[in-house]
Design a protein. Structure first.
Lengths: 1007, 474
């Protein structure tokens, strides 16, 4: 059935390959090079692999016309060698920030994004959103044409309509835009406002930083954005700020990079900062903290008030809080934190979560100011484009006006307010009441369906644009490909509205930048495009002083709030407000803390679960979890309950973004939409009731057991313990005795491990020996390594049913263990790729020798040879092998009406695996071999210099936790890491001699 | 007449007043009579199950191994359990025919043909599983050392490869042994059958057997040699099957006790299966005088012995886990008894260790109905033993993060059920067309075959004291 279809496509591509003269040339040119290597079977096999890759390329190249437009192969472009990817700088907009990226482009197809090292918001690192944006662009469910009243239309018709409709400049127009920092966008916005005098412009984000800005306005008199310099902070106190989570903080990559850098320990001389996190749900930042204080969301501000009160006696500027008396005044940790802050004063950094009240942000600002931290660990910056953002109140008044028929035209630039707007606004109903409504969006989503016009939007990888980073560094967004579905970017869209024709995005951006960069313009412009950012320091730091009436503004802050059961609504760590809901990679990424895929749940503490009469742990042998009914003033919903150790009691955390109905094949029908509970009055949390609904629901969680069982996979010590006993992580220190067999091995001159039956040694002198070290002190569990690996290695998305069967295909997973008290346990994250064991147990049991060792010390998987006995996976002590139980790749790559689209996202250097074969982490062998041959061509040595080859997981990691390189180079980062006394391998007693090792975790607790 | 016995004499192997002719008729008339209706019904059911097997395999090959309940933690499930289970069952035949032959246990002649047939069909059922459980069955021939242009040989380090050789050798030798034993009986059938087609078919199978002295001489030598060849195989097959587990690094698998433990378990389950089938067959075909209660008792004694050996092995596993002080090994055994699969473990203990203990009672081990019940219980228990070994060890191995529960799907169950169809189909064909008792061998073990039991005139005059009824238990 489907099998034969696949065959047809394959041969069709081959025929096309044969008929295409360009490819004939290409094939002829490629052959002789490899043919010279054909001296033995091994080389012949690698030759076949090269040929296989070129066939795959040919198949891709014949897919889509737009590619031919980007790179016309009638004449070979100057800087393009087929088979060698090009890298272009661009940046990804997210809310009103951009992050600098470098995109790998294979013959006109962007296939992988990396961070731009020169860009401060990235530093070469990325978040899951950046990594997954490639798949978003190739999402076949994206809108492909404008639609008029639900009927397919085209761009010319829309342009004609806009020219006619907007020729009347007296129209009353409401523009509802998502947050955007683009200078070009703002230029066009101003032009629009000048042209349409009766227009109102409202910017709205479901999860914006309104309270942060409002807080600084209360404290300092103007809206300012705090920028945190964690690299300079010795003490960090976060009041509900999950600043390492991209859904909770726009600058999470930089934050994570800086705080982990400050906590990197190379030797006993090094110091670490100390992190306190006060929060309700267990966040990745909370997991990374040295002390996590578990409070209900509604109690955090009282706790903060108590800290301010405790500081007020010692510090000037906090007199407003001296009278604060609440339940936390005598709390042990209030006193400890206050004392610790007073010891470190200007080296402290306080921060508050985005959703906390403006008064809380004002209080944090005042405490930072009083400690003298402003200017050293935290700086405040005016962000011009946020000055006129109205926030939820603005949206409310605009919606009311819309409902009253005050606008004859409503233009929605991006966003999906029909889904994300507070439920009390009844936004979609109000929208239906407006006259002409136009929505620009990536998907035909809830808002599009409520509008008369939908205009399909171009993805950032397809369009020109620009934007400012969190700290104000300007970057240009360069398209990597012509729009796959002929969409328009937001600037082109605005141009249509004002001028009636789609402008040229490139020209519009360039025009803006003429005034931004120094002369000569073309040269500077080229440099900006090349570097991915313009020179400059970004937003200047403001000189701040508490306002005179500060005391009265925050009076009453810090009072106890008694709420009973509270319902907290947060942006999903993976789908954010729902905008990433149709990206399979994100949907299938296990949640960093719960390890749940393909669903949202009601997080609660085990004690609360018991109170509700449901199990406080999940059954090991069942996916079924109880469902609870949550009722608030505005509505009620049924959602599966998930007892999460460490969650605050009497508090429920819900994540947004799920429960879509008409967005796309991935998003639809997954999870529960919790926006109906979110109102203008209760954007953050509200009281509610929770009852057991008496039924169950199957949740696909990739980790069923959460305790370490006292095993030594994770080794940890406090900083003090480490200084006293630097080798605390060795097997001997952990167990009290040497690994059995180690003395016998040493007697025989083998210093690599216990005595072994096997005498193979790997590695000739002219080959590098690859190894990896993962610093558990840096890893905070975000999961970007998994997505980066998935993008690099063509790993399929397999869907909830298969994940529930525990068949997830990820080559690198992050294990999460809880340890200690169920109420507030310690959390450990451990990324686990293939260990590339030197004495690999998988290799010994394969009956057909499909998994073997390479000369450069990698455990390789030969897909073509694999017959799929799965013995290797059974015998892998680390369970890192993944089996294609079904033809996942085919299902992933050939479903839908035009499967060629998603095929274009594949990395041509990596084989797509078929049914019935085993696969696993390869240490990115394609990158390794590319670097090896480049090095051999350039220097004659097969050993690339350190840093020349980075694995995908290593490259993406914002915490810089992974080092990879040649172990024969004693100076390489990885060799240095492995010489560190904290270095250990898992399951040393098995004597499999893993090449992947871990650096033990350190904490820096108070007292 | 008084005499002091130096040994307790064997009770008569064949009850009733049978002579050579009546034995021949008793056994071969089954093949010569018209096919009974009941046979067609049972055969039809078996065919249906066989179809279930073929359909399940077809769907498996069409869809992929994913239709089974396997996952990334437990990569082997029912397929491997069934494989080991069927191979274990296939142990009894060769043990009965080869080892008991070498030990001159003449009582084996009543059941050896029957048990050997069971062995062959059980090994066939077993062999299906390793073949179909692979991801890409269309390249399964890569496990054979077939010379090829890539100069790729299989990995001779892999126990799975040893399996390939062990199982195929065992099947070949078992079949040859069975066939050689059949030759004189084929000749008997050839001589007795009326239909022409039957004569030709049995005639070809009889390889020209005329019962000459020379034929008998060659036959007995060949039989002896094959028995000698088969004897080590009885031990090696399950030893090598156990290596699939023992050679790995997985806690609960990586133990040196596995070879003897597996062999004992295999004999245990094999005898149980022989009993199950024998009790039905002797009833239906009225062969109680050949397959007597004495046979049942003897086999029950073997079940008691091997069952206790298996129980001892279970105990030793725990002892060594504690004595060895390997963290993961200890954990896996505690989890077996108390963890998520404790139900399977206690089913196994109940069926395999406790149930055979009833056979300490002579009354129970001579009780046909009770024996039948226990034989089924033992087979269930031995299936669960393989389940416990295969699944629990994988499901909770080294890294707690990877622990996962395995449960089978409908297709796992249907495939297993289907193998009973395959087994039943072949076994019914065997019952219908081949003499289910080795007539020639049985006659050789009868008192009539002893020349001392004839008087000078050549008339049959057995010494009375040679065939006394048993007077006391031994």
């Amino acid at each position: 059935m489907a099998e034969s279809q696949n065959e047809t496509t394959y041969w069709k591509s081959l025929n096309e390959l044969a008929q295409n003269r360009e490819y004939q040339k290409f094939v002829e040119r490629e052959f002789p090079e490899d043919a010279t290597e054909m001296t033995d079977q091994v080389s012949r096999r690698s030759f076949l692999r090269v040929m296989g890759a070129s066939i795959a390329l040919a198949g891709f190249a014949s897919c889509r016309k737009p590619m031919q437009k980007v790179i016309p192969y009638t004449k070979q472009p100057e800087d393009l060698i087929i088979g060698v990817p090009n890298y272009y700088a661009t940046s990804m907009p997210f809310q009103d920030t951009v992050t600098g990226l470098v995109v790998e482009n294979n013959e006109g197809r962007p296939t992988k994004v990396e961070g731009n090292e020169a860009h401060p918001a990235s530093g070469g690192r990325t978040s899951i959103y950046h990594q997954a944006s490639v798949l978003e662009m190739y999402d076949p469910d994206r809108s492909r044409s404008p639609r008029l009243n639900g009927q397919k239309s085209d761009m010319a018709q829309f342009e004609a309509f806009a020219a006619e409709h907007f020729s009347d400049t007296g129209r009353s127009i409401l523009v509802l835009s998502e947050s955007n920092s683009s200078p070009t966008y703002r230029r066009l916005k101003d032009r629009f406002a000048r042209r349409f005098r009766n227009s109102t412009w409202i910017t709205y984000e479901a999860f914006g930083e309104y309270n942060v800005l409002e807080g600084s306005r209360i404290a300092f008199g103007s809206k300012l954005r705090p920028v945190m310099h964690f690299d300079k902070a010795d003490r960090v106190v976060s009041f509900g700020d999950d600043f390492m989570n991209p859904a909770e903080h726009k600058n999470s990559v930089e934050n994570a990079g800086k705080i982990t850098a400050r906590r990197k320990v190379r030797s006993t001389e090094d110091d670490m900062s100390r992190v306190y996190v006060i929060e309700s749900n267990y966040s990745v930042t909370g997991g990374y903290a040295d002390h996590r204080i578990r409070l209900k969301r509604s109690e955090i501000e009282a706790f903060m008030g108590a800290v301010a009160a405790a500081l007020s006696g010692q510090l000037r500027g906090l007199s407003a809080y001296s009278g604060v008396q609440n339940a936390f005044t005598d709390h042990e940790w209030v006193q400890k934190i206050a004392a610790d802050l007073l010891e470190n004063r200007s080296n402290s950094l306080l921060t508050a979560g985005r959703d906390l009240s403006p008064e809380a942000h004002a209080t944090v600002a005042a405490m930072n100011a009083a400690l003298g931290a402003i200017g050293t660990t935290v700086t405040y910056h005016r962000v011009p484009h946020l000055d006129d953002e109205a926030g939820p109140e603005g949206l409310k008044s605009a919606t009311d006006a819309m409902r009253n028929g005050e606008y004859d035209t409503v233009v929605l630039v991006g966003g999906n307010p029909a889904f994300t707007a507070p439920s009390d606004l009844n936004f979609s109903e109000a929208l239906r009441g407006a006259g002409t409504t136009i929505h620009l969006s990536n998907y035909v989503d809830e808002t599009s369906r409520a509008c008369s016009w939908h205009v399909n939007r171009a993805h950032y990888l397809e369009s020109w644009g620009d934007g400012l980073s969190y700290t104000g560094i300007a970057s240009v967004i360069q398209p990597q490909i012509l729009p796959l579905f002929d969409g328009v970017s937001e600037i082109e869209f605005l141009h249509i509205l004002t001028n009636g024709v789609k402008g040229n995005g490139h020209d519009l951006v360039k025009e803006t930048w003429r005034s931004q960069v120094s002369a000569p313009f073309e040269r500077s412009w080229e440099k900006v495009l090349h570097d991915g950012l313009s020179e400059g320091d970004g937003f200047p730091a403001a000189n701040v002083r508490l306002t005179g009436n500060f005391q009265s503004s925050v009076s009453g802050f810090g009072q106890d709030k008694k709420l009973g059961m509270e319902i907290v609504i947060k942006a999903d760590p993976k789908l954010f407000d729902g905008r990433f809901a149709n990206i399979g990679w994100l949907m299938e990424l296990p949640d960093p803390m719960t390890k749940i895929t393909w669903d949202n749940v009601a997080l609660m503490s085990p004690a609360t679960a018991r109170k509700l009469g449901i199990r406080d742990t999940r059954k090991f042998n069942s996916d079924a979890v109880p469902v609870v009914t949550i009722t608030t003033e505005t509505g009620s919903l049924d959602i599966p309950a998930w007892p999460e150790p460490g969650h605050a009691d009497d508090s429920i955390t819900l994540y947004t973004g799920y429960g879509r109905t008409q967005t796309g094949r991935v998003a639809d029908g997954v999870g529960v939409n919790v926006y109906p509970l979110r109102t203008t009055e209760a954007l953050d949390y509200q009281p509610g009731t929770v009852v057991n609904a008496g039924r169950t629901y199957d949740v696909a969680c990739v980790q069923d057991h959460h305790s370490l069982e006292g095993r030594d996979m994770i080794r940890t010590a406090t900083l003090d313990e480490y200084r006293k006993k630097p080798d605390f992580a060795t097997y001997k220190s952990v167990h009290g005795y040497e690994v059995p067999g180690i003395k016998e091995a040493k007697a025989e001159g083998d210093d690599k491990g216990p005595i072994s039956l096997f005498t193979e040694t790997y590695g000739s002198d002219d080959q590098p020996q690859w190894g990896m070290a993962i610093d558990l002190n840096a890893c905070f569990g975000c999961g970007v390594c998994t997505i980066a690996c998935q993008a690099e290695n063509n790993i399929p998305v397999i869907g909830k049913r298969e994940v529930a069967r525990r068949r997830i295909m990820h080559w690198i997973r992050t294990d999460r263990y809880y340890e200690g008290d169920e109420d507030n346990p310690t959390v450990y994250h451990q990324p686990v790729p293939c260990m590339h064991c030197e004495l690999a147990p998988c290799e010994q049991v394969c009956p057909v020798a499909a998994t073997v060792h390479s000369e450069d010390g990698m455990n390789q998987m030969t897909y073509n040879r694999c017959i799929g006995t799965r013995y290797c996976a059974n015998n892998c002590p680390f369970k890192v092998r993944r089996f294609n139980f079904f033809n996942y790749a085919k299902e992933y790559l050939t479903t839908g009406d035009d499967p060629e689209i998603i095929q274009m996202a594949m990395n041509p250097d990596v084989t797509v695996r078929f049914r019935g074969v085993m696969e696993k982490c390869t240490y990115c062998v394609q990158r390794v071999n590319r670097a090896k041959s480049a090095s051999r061509l350039a220097t004659g040595s097969r050993k690339p210099v350190d840093g020349a080859v980075q694995t995908a997981c290593q490259q993406a990691c914002p915490a810089n936790a992974i080092s990879f390189g040649d172990l024969t180079d004693r100076q390489s980062k990885v060799a240095q890491d492995k010489m560190n006394e904290r270095n250990y391998v898992m399951l040393e007693e098995l004597n499999v001699r893993p090449r992947t090792s871990y650096l033990a975790k350190l904490t820096h607790p108070n007292g | 007449m008084s005499k002091t016995y130096e040994y307790v004499p064997e009770p008569a192997l064949v009850k009733g007043n049978h002579d050579f002719g009546s034995i021949t008729r008793l056994v071969t008339d089954i093949n010569l009579r018209p096919t009974p209706k009941a046979w067609y019904i049972v055969f039809g059911i078996s065919n249906l199950l066989l179809f279930v097997l073929l359909a399940s395999i077809g769907y498996l090959i069409w869809q992929g191994t994913g239709i089974w309940g396997l996952n990334s933690t437990v990569n082997w499930g029912w397929a491997i359990i069934n494989f080991v289970w069927w191979v274990g069952i296939g142990h009894a035949g060769t043990l009965i025919s080869a080892i008991l032959f070498l030990f001159r246990q003449n009582w084996r002649t009543a059941i050896n043909r029957f048990a050997e047939a069971m062995t062959i069909f059980a090994v066939m059922c077993a062999g299906i599983f390793p073949a179909i459980h692979v991801g890409r069955i269309w390249v399964i021939y890569w496990v054979f050392p077939v010379p090829n242009s890539m100069a790729m040989w299989p990995n001779f380090n892999s126990p799975l490869l040893w399996d390939v050789f062990a199982i195929s050798t065992y099947l070949t030798v078992s079949f040859l042994f069975w066939y050689v034993g059949l030759v004189p009986d084929f000749a008997t059938l050839r001589d007795r059958i009326k239909s022409k087609f039957g004569k030709i078919a049995y005639g070809i199978a009889a390889l020209g057997w005329r019962g000459s002295n020379r034929h008998w001489w060659n036959y007995e030598k060949a039989y002896m040699i094959l028995a000698g060849l088969a004897t080590p195989l009885v031990l090696s097959v399950h030893t090598i099957v156990s290596f699939d587990f023992a050679v790995s690094v997985i806690p609960g698998w990586h133990t040196t006790i596995f070879p003897p433990y597996f062999v004992a378990g295999a004999v245990f389950s094999g005898f149980a299966m022989v009993l199950t089938l024998m009790i039905i067959v002797r009833k239906i075909y009225g062969l109680e005088e050949i397959m007597t209660d004495d046979h049942i008792e003897k086999m029950n004694i073997i079940i008691l012995v091997t069952g206790s050996m298996v129980g001892f092995a279970y105990l030793m596993e725990f002892f060594i886990a504690w004595y060895g002080q390997v963290e993961y090994e200890k954990a896996i055994f505690i989890l077996r008894a108390t963890g998520p699969y404790a139900w399977a473990y206690w089913i196994m203990i109940t069926c395999n260790v406790l149930s055979p203990q009833f056979f300490w009672s002579k009354k129970l081990r001579r009780h046909v109905g009770f024996t039948f019940f226990i034989s089924i219980v033992v087979n269930i228990g031995m299936w669960f033993e393989r389940f416990v070994i295969t699944v629990t060890s994988l499901s909770t191995d080294f890294l707690p993060s990877s622990w996962g529960y395995y449960s089978p799907t409908m297709w796992d169950m249907l495939t297993y059920l289907g193998t009973f169809g395959l087994f039943g189909t072949f076994f019914l064909l065997f019952l219908r067309f081949l003499p289910m008792i080795a007539v020639a061998e049985l006659k050789g073990a009868m008192p009539q075959a002893d020349p001392h039991n004839y008087n000078d005139e050549g008339e049959y005059a057995p010494h009375e004291e040679i065939i006394p009824e048993p007077k006391r238990s031994y």
